[in-house]
Design a protein around this ligand. Structure first.
Ligand SMILES: [Fe+2]
Ligand SMILES: [Fe+2]
Length: 183
């Protein structure tokens, strides 16, 4: 499937534009807050729908969801320290998730959807955590988040199959292209 989009910008180029513009920076922080809050909710829903209690998958998804809740708290603290109210505004990357969530039929496809999304997020978080010119408060939080997001990408990946990754890839790439249009 092909969608006409502008050329995707690299994470580094995108971040260089965002970090120097307070309005964009705060809009982006709100989006991160919303993303972390809703990630925890989605992962618990996936676990409860498709993972057998007492299974490795159930335990892994529980740990990932707990870490996403911590991330939401950390980003919420960043917002409050900047005099903003930590609240979920708007729909969570609706154009992305509308593409990928319908592809979830079982645990393997659910974790494949998660693995694709976590890998995409890692790129942006790594760009921020690695940027010596990022605002120090933001850089510190994302440097703390980064290793846990790496763990999420690996953990989700360990619960997938080559078939489930392949079956969910086109929807991920379409969703990613649509997100690029919104950024
Ligand atoms: Fe997270
Ligand atoms: Fe994550």
């Amino acid at each position: 499937m092909h969608v006409a989009t502008s050329a995707p910008r690299s994470s580094a180029a995108w971040w260089a534009e965002t970090r120097t513009d307070p309005e964009r920076l705060h809009a982006w922080l709100f989006a991160q807050y919303r993303g972390e809050v809703t990630a925890a909710q989605r992962i618990v829903a996936l676990r409860d729908a498709h993972a057998a209690p007492d299974s490795r998958a159930f335990r892994l998804l529980t740990v990932i969801a707990e870490q996403e809740r911590s991330h939401a708290e950390w980003v919420g603290e960043l917002l409050r320290a900047r005099g903003l109210v930590a609240e979920v505004r708007g729909a969570a990357e609706a154009r992305y998730w509308q593409q990928t969530l319908p592809g979830i039929a079982d645990l393997a496809t659910g974790c494949a959807v998660g693995a694709h999304a976590e890998a995409m997020r890692l790129e942006r978080i790594a760009a921020i955590a690695g940027d010596a010119e990022a605002p120090p408060d933001i850089r510190e939080v994302f440097a703390r988040i980064l290793p846990q997001e790496r763990f999420h990408a690996r953990a989700f990946g360990s619960l997938t199959t080559p078939e489930s990754l392949a079956a969910t890839r086109a929807a991920h790439e379409l969703g990613r292209a649509l997100l690029g249009l919104e950024a």
